[in-house]
Design a protein around this ligand. Sequence first.
Ligand SMILES: Cc1cc2nc3c(=O)[nH]c(=O)nc-3n(C[C@H](O)[C@H](O)[C@H](O)COP(=O)(O)OP(=O)(O)OC[C@H]3O[C@@H](n4cnc5c(N)ncnc54)[C@H](O)[C@@H]3O)c2cc1C
Length: 548
Amino acid sequence: MTPETAATRVAPNQPPPLVGHDVVGGDAALVDAVRRHADEDTLASLAALGREAGSAEAREHGVLANRHHPELVTFDRYGNRVDEVRFHPSWHWLLGRGVGHGLQAAPWESDDPHAHVRRAAGFLAWSQTEPGHGCPLSMTYAAVPALRTDEGLAKEWEPLLAATRYDPGVRPATDKVGALAGMGMTEKQGGSDVRANLTTATPTEVDGEYTLEGHKWFTSAPMNDVFLVLAQAPGGLSCFLLPRVLPDGTRNRLDVVRLKDKLGNRSNASSELELHGTWAQRLGDEGRGVRTIIEMVAATRLDCVLGSASLMRRAVAEASWHVAHRSAFGGVLADKPLMQNVVADLAVESESATTLALRLAAAVDRRTDPHEAALRRIALPLAKFWVCKRTPMMVAEALECLGGNGYVEESGMPLLFRESPLNSVWEGSGNVNALDVLRALHREPEVLDAWLTEVGLAAGADPRLDRALESVLTMLGDTATLEQSARRLAGQMAAVLQASLLVRFAPPAVADAFCATRLGGDYNGTLGTLPPGSDLSSLLTRTTPTLP
Ligand SMILES: Cc1cc2nc3c(=O)[nH]c(=O)nc-3n(C[C@H](O)[C@H](O)[C@H](O)COP(=O)(O)OP(=O)(O)OC[C@H]3O[C@@H](n4cnc5c(N)ncnc54)[C@H](O)[C@@H]3O)c2cc1C
């Protein structure tokens, strides 16, 4: 065989696929965060998940679930209205494993003091198999704090949402060993401004029971068993629990009009619903709908940060793996100084996201501590704004490390890229979260104290951090332009918080590179621009996955 013929039969200089690695154990930033906020036992409890997430089997299910799109089945063969969505078996495999690993509502029923950190780390790692099925897992996780507004409903549903058995199918709760939850807030006329919801709720003769009339414009995972929705009751906008199947075993009226043809993953379904005489139970008082569902929103915002951190980690893992195995111009790409700068910068971005996300999860574990509660209130919208906003540019840069291969579906990078804007859009888009930071600062003075206390723990450790903190205080003083500058403020507060955590806990190479570039100093607008003197090789070694 001539060399030319050989190249058509066996591909030279192509990296092996990144499979068979440990997605938890091979992620040094994640391992350090779990050790920091939990313990060795927690880390050990994630070992099986980490190995499974990197297995060829899980990766293949991730590919198949996105290749075979969910299908809306409005009627059965006899003409009965069924409003079901059929998913590929790989979707069920992924969701079943996610539920089995306790990534839904399990932490709320656990007496493990680190249950939320464990779940957050597991979710970050497991979502690297495929991001779409994280949506029902997240909503199920997030439903519980809102559900607890009503003791009776919580008693009925929480054990099912927390059960680690996946039990799909349209059947009443009493026939199920596990259930999943969704949410319906967004309507055609508005998603951010939910007070403009048009769906009405009319009380029935039974106390606490209503019938709903209206629509929902974006209800993801419509095969879930129960949904928390907003509707206008006589006393104002209220929250309702809407089961897919009525207690007598008949189907509740949930007309699935259409599935969205959307960007991002294609494994999950997001639907448009019509509600006509749909039975629902009130959750919380009439007129307190936003107050009630905000608990669910807060928990899903944590998962937006985790989901973005997960996309970043998968992206930098693939990028660093590729450059470690690909040569150009007579040498391995990972040895080229400029490529080292790019991958090192990606690694800093990924680690800063993971570090902040896990810090927020730790605040959920310690939510009865007033400092932790106040910190969570301010740090969630900060992180949701900043981490999710930076994900698309980070993933695009990681994709480019694979050259043309990164632009091809089989590499997995296009799915990461298409998915990368999602977490910034849903559950409060960028502006809405930046404005929520202002709202929190205005209404709850203790949140600024909590942020200052937290970042103050790193005071004096790095002069760039001290200066950035001063700049935040200056911005806060300029109250006349605060709304217009909300993104500047949120971004800087988030970066200062990340820097303070990295300075305290990360290896010096990570903290130094972050402080040099993310605090408004030496940064020219693109990744791969870490300044001279940055410890690129140790950043590369820390981030590049290895096989056992
Ligand atoms: C894939 C996907 C799945 C989804 N799943 C669900 C689901 O399961 N359940 C559900 O209820 N919703 C779901 N959504 C909807 C999502 O939460 C909304 O799209 C989102 O909240 C924004 O609402 P909107 O689309 O009506 O945009 P709008 O509210 O019209 O906002 C448009 C833009 O204006 C900005 N904006 C709004 N108010 C202000 C202001 N005061 N000042 C400055 N800027 C402002 C926003 O940040 C945004 O950029 C999903 C969305 C996507 C993309």
